[in-house]
Design a protein around this ligand. Structure first.
Ligand code: SF4
Ligand code: SF4
Length: 276
């Protein structure tokens, strides 16, 4: 985490900040001399939506994808459990999805791959303390795409790379992980880590938890929502964030059924009377 804070400070100090209207010259295509050079030995953090798209592309279950293609370097310094794309164990540490023709999962490549060479940061406004996003351009020696004449604005790049859709899904995840709950490491018990991991990253397991347990006996979920989360993985993922906000932060994002609350109350009263 200290490393991340250091990087953040460096970016704020050294990289010119860009808005969505800022223009920059860049193009990446099979004709650039460095084609595929960046698809090796790189740390790519995967968002829950990245995992959903990739495992679908590869026809894998969440479990298979997580065990074959990811590592989770979670330790006591991490704010919340994160997932990284595992590189091959060859000399170059190539991405498992690159071949001579380029990215073999291009339609569903992760958010970070779509963004490159743009980076994104957020900064607190000195006046009212609100956070605002900004962009910056990463210029690495290996990347010759900056010599290409193609000019576009940041907004055009985001649109062309299909990032808008990823950002919509990413919004809920960002809101979740920015919660102050995660600022106290003692809040993350082993059970809560498991809960977070399942709901965010192992969507197939979360689906089973919702549809193959007593979930609907305990919680009020209307038929329209049931239908949506049954047929649409993106909707299920959004629902998993509501579930986590309920289960981790105690927010009223999911409603407990009246009869369940009453039964719980009776149980508590009984215990009180028995002096337990
Ligand atoms: S997912 Fe695709 S674009 Fe991203 S590093 Fe791997 S091969 Fe390259
Ligand atoms: S190094 Fe830059 S130009 Fe070369 S393939 Fe990667 S993103 Fe494209």
């Amino acid at each position: 985490m200290r490393e991340i804070e250091r990087l953040k400070e460096e970016i704020l100090k050294d990289y010119p900040k860009m808005t969505k209207d800022s223009p920059f010259s860049f193009a990446c295509h099979p004709g650039v001399p460095c084609f595929n050079a960046c698809c090796a030995d790189v740390n790519i953090f995967l968002t829950p939506y990245d995992i959903l798209r990739l495992k679908k592309n590869l026809g894998m279950t969440s479990e298979e994808f997580l065990s074959k293609h990811t590592v989770s370097p979670f330790d006591k310094n991490s704010r919340y459990p994160v997932i990284l794309l595992a590189m091959n164990e060859d000399e170059k540490k190539s991405c498992p999805f690159v071949d001579e023709s380029g990215c073999t999962v291009y339609e569903d490549r992760p958010w970070a791959c779509r963004m490159y060479p743009l980076g994104m940061g957020s900064q607190k406004d000195a006046g009212d303390g609100t956070e605002s996003d900004f962009y910056f351009l990463l210029k690495e020696d290996v990347c010759k795409g900056h010599n290409e004449k193609n000019q576009q604005t940041v907004a055009e790049w985001l649109e062309n790379q299909g990032i808008t859709e990823y950002d919509k899904m990413g919004y809920y995840f960002k809101e979740l992980t920015l919660h102050e709950f995660f600022s106290k490491p003692e809040n993350l018990t082993a059970k809560k880590i498991e809960m977070f991991f399942t709901a965010c990253y192992n969507l197939d397991k979360f689906r089973k938890f919702v549809f193959e347990s007593t979930f609907f006996d305990k919680f009020e979920v209307d038929d329209g929502t049931k239908e949506r989360i049954k047929n649409d993985d993106g909707e299920l993922l959004k629902f998993s964030y509501f579930w986590l906000r309920f289960a981790l932060f105690g927010e009223k994002t999911i409603k407990v059924k009246e009869e369940v609350l009453e039964a719980k109350q009776k149980e508590l009263d009984k215990k009180k009377q028995a002096g337990v």
